[in-house]
Design a protein around this ligand. Structure first.
Ligand SMILES: Cc1cc2nc3c(=O)[nH]c(=O)nc-3n(C[C@H](O)[C@H](O)[C@H](O)COP(=O)(O)OP(=O)(O)OC[C@H]3O[C@@H](n4cnc5c(N)ncnc54)[C@H](O)[C@@H]3O)c2cc1C
Length: 394
């Protein structure tokens, strides 16, 4: 039984089959659509460049070929691990082994229910937002993280008047001020008003217009608002189940849920232990979710010597004609160096930690540098060696 029909759930099922697992598989999820991928919800699907039917992670025929039964529009509402029963909106479902891949939801704010105020996490969210993105309309994006910035770029492409409000000093705060400052310049260059160091105090709707009041007292009129203020793991339905769900489901480095040998978890909902640092953390990025799913599939199939999964922080973001990538942890960096690719305008920032290790790297439009830093982070290459490589590829 796999609950959650997005990338982690689908990839677990596929990996189980790829590794020879012959178990019956039931893949159940609350959404009515066949499994689809989320990264394009703020990019091609929001702009209209990608038709929804082209965004499919598992077609009906592929599911049939792999012997995967799907149960759509079924929400998990409770779990009884002692009885090995999952409670769903369609009734109780007994399982031999359960994989939880219920992902995360957009964080809500007090204004989330106002008409014209959107969050973006599902295909339904994307369709509702797209319907409001009319040329010339005024959009305020609250939160200048990756998703907020992508929505802003897509909306500019559709001809909207866009403002981003971000309380930190630069956009993309998780990626650090270096990339954030560049992103701010690019957005401003495309005509987006970038209001960093500003927080929203209130949003009210009157006469069909939204008034977004900033802490400083200024009021921005908007036809539409997008809240891009982070995500929270979908664990509410597990309250009372006995699972450790403090900021995601606590798992070992193979996705086995602590204290429950027949339950595993993967993706944005899971807090896996990292075998390198020993710390457990939740990562909300696509690549980490797919890698965890692959490990869980192997474990379920009984593959021998499955390697412990190393946390993968790699994330990419497409904004205008730029692909930005980030890997590592900016907060650990004590020194940051910039490299430029003079031929194609690529940029890379690398940060060294106190011990000279590579704390993080942020790369824009520079595939060779990206390959180098991803490999370096994976192989724990010292930062000085990475800097030499970047000088060589520049
Ligand atoms: C707009 C957007 C853009 C993104 N862009 C990027 C990007 O460019 N790069 C990147 O690395 N990452 C990106 N991400 C993050 C990436 O999409 C996620 O890390 C990935 O989708 C996680 O997959 P998941 O399967 O763990 O969870 P999710 O994709 O969150 O899926 C969980 C599924 O479980 C279902 N579910 C939840 N609760 C229940 C329940 N109780 N019962 C049944 N079903 C339930 C949900 O409806 C959903 O279908 C983006 C995310 C969003 C929302």
């Amino acid at each position: 039984m796999i609950v959650g029909t997005s990338v982690a759930g689908v990839r677990v099922a596929q990996a189980l089959r790829r590794n020879g697992g012959e178990d019956e598989i039931l893949l159940a999820g609350e959404e009515p659509h066949l499994p689809y991928d989320k990264p394009c919800l703020s990019k091609g699907m929001l702009s209209g460049a990608l038709a929804p039917e082209k965004n499919c992670l598992l077609t009906e025929s592929a599911a049939a070929e792999l012997g995967i039964r799907t149960a759509l529009s079924q929400r998990a509402v409770g779990l009884d691990p002692a009885a090995a029963v999952l409670h769903t909106t369609a009734g109780p479902v007994p399982y031999d082994r359960l994989v939880i891949a219920t992902g995360a939801s957009a964080r809500r704010l007090p204004w989330s229910n106002l008409p014209g105020v959107h969050s973006l996490r599902s295909r339904a969210d994307c369709e509702a937002l797209r319907a409001d993105l009319r040329r010339g309309a005024r959009l305020v994006v609250v939160g200048g993280g990756f998703i907020g910035c992508e929505v802003a770029a897509t909306a500019r492409g559709l001809g909207l008047d866009v403002t981003i409000v971000e309380p930190e000093a630069t956009l993309l705060p998780a990626a650090g001020p270096e990339l954030g400052a560049l992103a701010g310049e690019w957005h401003a260059g495309h005509g987006v008003r970038v209001r960093v160091g500003e927080a929203v105090r209130d949003i009210a709707r009157a006469g069909g217009v939204l008034a977004v009041e900033l802490r400083g007292g200024e009021v921005l009129d908007a036809d539409c608002v997008v809240l891009g203020v982070g995500a929270v793991p979908n664990t509410g339905w597990l309250e009372g189940s006995g699972l450790d769900i403090a900021d995601g489901i606590a798992c070992d480095a193979w996705g086995r849920v602590r204290g429950h040998e027949n339950i595993l978890a993967a993706g944005d909902v899971a807090r896996w232990e990292d075998p390198v640092s020993g710390a457990a953390r939740r990562i909300e990025h696509w690549t980490n979710a797919t890698e965890q799913a692959s490990v869980v599939g192997k474990v379920l199939a009984g593959a021998s010597e499955v390697a412990a999964h190393r946390a993968n922080t790699y994330v990419w973001s497409d904004q205008y004609d730029r692909t930005m990538s980030f890997v590592g942890r900016r907060a650990r960096a004590t020194r940051v160096a910039r490299f430029d690719d003079p031929r194609k305008g690529g940029v890379a920032f690398v940060g060294s930690d106190e011990q000279g290790g590579l704390a993080f790297a942020a790369v824009v439009n520079w595939p060779r540098a990206l390959l180098a830093v991803r490999k370096a982070i994976n192989d724990s290459v010292p930062c000085a060696a990475v800097e030499e490589q970047l000088t060589a590829v520049a």
